[in-house]
Design a protein. Structure first.
Length: 211
């Protein structure tokens, strides 16, 4: 049986199907997780068996099962949900009733804020559509998102760890070099007639150049 056939079979299971909420380890799955959703009693919606805790908007329709990875929910505007569906349910985590909150509107708001944050980060880093497949560009984006953790790992990690004093000093020097690199500059001085300059003039010129 293919994944899509198994998906259809699960999605069209009898509406009164119930599953034990106790896992193999004798503990109930954490609320909002996929295991928790699969353990919930089901109800029938638009011909499908969905978790009783679902958050499908009233009047919304469910698309026919297909190989698409998107959630089945079709809103009043005819637009299909862009969330990634759970293979066992055909719904995204939010519409299935999972996640860390029961407020779907709040979940949407936070999702919009998150997408806006990612867009701003990509713009700041200069990562456009043509570079999204570039591993280095993706790593830069991820590093920007976890900048605080990187800073703690580079600066706090070695200094707070139980290391030899010399190793800590070396780590501290590397952190300083990475965050406050020494500035270097090169310059060229052209003198038309060196014979016209006295030794004192040369000393004053050298002092002025070196700051």
């Amino acid at each position: 049986m293919t994944d899509s056939e198994a998906e259809v079979e699960i999605a069209q299971a009898p509406a009164d199907t119930t599953v034990s909420t106790i896992g193999d380890d004798g503990e109930a799955p954490k609320r909002g997780t996929l295991a928790w959703l699969e353990a919930q009693p089901t109800v029938e919606y638009d011909g499908y068996a969905v978790p009783a805790c679902h958050r499908i908007p009233a009047g919304a329709k469910l698309a026919s099962p297909d190989a698409d990875s998107r959630c089945y929910v079709i809103g009043h505007d005819g637009e299909r949900c862009r969330g990634r569906k759970l293979k066992a349910l055909g719904l995204c985590m939010g519409h299935a009733g999972g996640g860390g909150t029961a407020d779907l509107a709040d979940m949407r708001r936070r999702s919009v804020e998150r997408r806006a944050e990612l867009k701003m980060t990509r713009q700041v880093l200069g990562i456009g559509a043509s570079r999204r497949a570039d591993p280095r560009a993706v790593m830069r984006l991820r590093a920007a998102q976890r900048a605080n953790e990187l800073a703690r790992a580079i600066v706090d990690g070695p200094l707070d760890a139980d290391l030899d004093a010399v190793v800590k000093q070396q780590a501290a020097l590397r952190a300083v070099d990475a965050t406050f690199p020494l500035q270097t500059a090169s310059m060229t001085l052209s003198i038309d007639d060196v014979d016209d300059m006295s030794w004192n003039d040369m000393q004053q010129l050298a002092v002025s150049l070196l700051g």
